[in-house]
Design a protein around this ligand. Structure first.
Ligand code: HEC
Ligand code: HEC
Length: 380
């Protein structure tokens, strides 16, 4: 199924590079078969269009240039291939490889299918057929395991509502009063990926600021959000600014009071089929947001704690998921916080294990300031 899964090149790929950018895909309106997002996801970037920034754009015209790479990532994830499957090294504009030409035809086909059969909503994507393979499977697979017993109906009448689950989570996490008392948090731990382990320090401070320093052998890899702007720093490279859904994600990660802010964030909530997260049974809540991609939350049926959060970055062809699994919850000054989380994307994953947490200590605001920029690189 998941053929040719590549190991992400480096932490760069895991942590930062090629952010997922939200912006209105002008080729089609956003939406899925399961839940419609209200209107196209908007962009506030007045920047260039793809055809203005790149050399040989024939199909993906009229979309913000910053969405091209997420769109390419979406294609790669859907087909289970790397960039070089379609591209000549260091000459992305060239059409030398047959799969690149096929991909253009496939985009046209996808737009036509959605226009003709799904009222112009982006229902069918590359992944609908490809499912991680360059060659889609036309023939169903045979059963390889013993048949399982039927699962109980998850959306049974006695299932709790989204509101009830969010309330239970808030209580389980310590309650609004205790959570709102936390105004800063400093964490020390390690990032584990591909058999390596690297020290990390994370500083968070109200209102909504966060910065992490991953201590790589060649220097610090930094992910930062100052409450408004976000940026990514790599050793020996200029800082790169975050856009669209990257910013959206960073602001959520930076929110020390997220448990109290979830309810007002959603315009609609829907409880979906229960699912297993590890060995825990979880209620799944899909929360729709005005003008943004939805969020899927998995709450432990027993403890009520948040086990998993899935968010989506938009691209011109479909959504790119980021899944965060929270574990090792410990009581710290009256609030329950996860000491371990695993962040997974189509192109990589890493786990952060925290060993030490300090709360309500003083953290200088200057810590979150962007370094003086010389970021007039050709990329951004
Ligand atoms: C399945 C084929 C396929 C894969 C895999 C793929 N691309 Fe593309 N890429 C295309 C096509 C097709 C275009 C041209 C789109 C158009 O004409 O609208 C393109 C265009 C581009 C361009 C614009 C080049 C220019 O100057 O015109 C860049 C940059 C790019 N891709 C980068 C990437 C990166 C980075 C990856 C890996 C993450 C990747 N692509 C993976 C098919 C692919
Ligand atoms: C409706 C189903 C469907 C959708 C949607 C679809 N594809 Fe395909 N694609 C196929 C099938 C089927 C084949 C194999 C055709 C064949 O056997 O020659 C294929 C083949 C390809 C190939 C050639 C693979 C190779 O090994 O040479 C590329 C590249 C490709 N698709 C890219 C895309 C991209 C990019 C998208 C999204 C824009 C997409 N496809 C959407 C069904 C689909």
């Amino acid at each position: 199924m998941k053929a040719k899964r590549r190991v992400a090149p480096a932490v760069v790929g895991l942590f930062a590079a090629f952010g997922f950018v939200t912006a209105g895909a002008k080729t089609q309106t956003s939406g899925t078969a399961h839940m419609t997002v209200s209107g196209p996801v908007s962009s506030n970037a007045p920047g260039k269009k793809t055809e203005e920034q790149f050399k040989n754009i024939q199909v993906l015209k009229g979309i913000p240039a910053e969405q091209l790479i997420p769109t390419m990532e979406f294609i790669g994830a859907s087909l289970g291939v790397g960039c070089e499957f379609c591209h000549v090294h260091n000459a992305f504009e060239k059409d030398d490889k047959k799969p690149k030409q096929t991909a253009r035809k496939m985009m046209e086909m996808m737009f036509t299918i959605n226009a003709d059969s799904f009222e112009g909503n982006r229902v069918v994507t590359c992944n609908s057929c490809h499912r991680g393979n360059a060659m889609p499977q036309a023939i169903p697979a045979v059963m390889t395991d013993e048949p399982k017993e039927a699962v109980s109906d998850p959306t049974a009448a006695d299932a709790p509502t989204g509101e009830q689950l969010l309330d239970k989570y808030l209580q389980a996490a310590g309650g609004a009063t205790a959570i709102e008392k936390v105004n800063s948090r400093v964490m020390k731990g390690t990032v584990d990926f591909g058999g390596k382990s690297v020290p990390i320090d994370i500083y968070s401070k109200e209102p909504g600021k966060r910065i992490s320093f991953m201590h790589m052998p060649e220097g610090d890899s930094v992910t930062a959000f100052d409450g408004h702007e976000g940026w990514l720093g790599m050793p020996g490279r200029p800082a790169r600014e975050m856009h669209g859904s990257e910013l959206d994600a960073a602001s959520m990660d930076a929110d020390l009071h997220l448990a109290t802010h979830l309810k007002p964030m959603f315009s609609e909530m829907r409880v979906q089929a229960s699912e297993k997260v590890g060995d825990r049974e979880a209620y799944v809540v899909m929360g729709a947001r005005e003008g943004k991609t939805p969020i899927r939350l998995y709450f432990d049926e027993q403890s009520g704690l948040l086990l998993r959060l899935v968010r989506f970055g938009d691209s011109a062809l479909g959504w790119l998921p980021t899944q965060i699994d929270y574990a090792d919850y410990r009581d710290t000054n009256g609030v329950k916080i996860p000491y371990r989380w695993t962040l997974a994307r189509p192109n990589g994953r890493f786990t952060i294990q925290v060993s030490e947490v300090m709360q309500n200590v003083s953290v200088d605001d200057r810590k979150f300031a962007k370094p003086p920029a010389e970021e007039k690189g050709p990329g951004k």
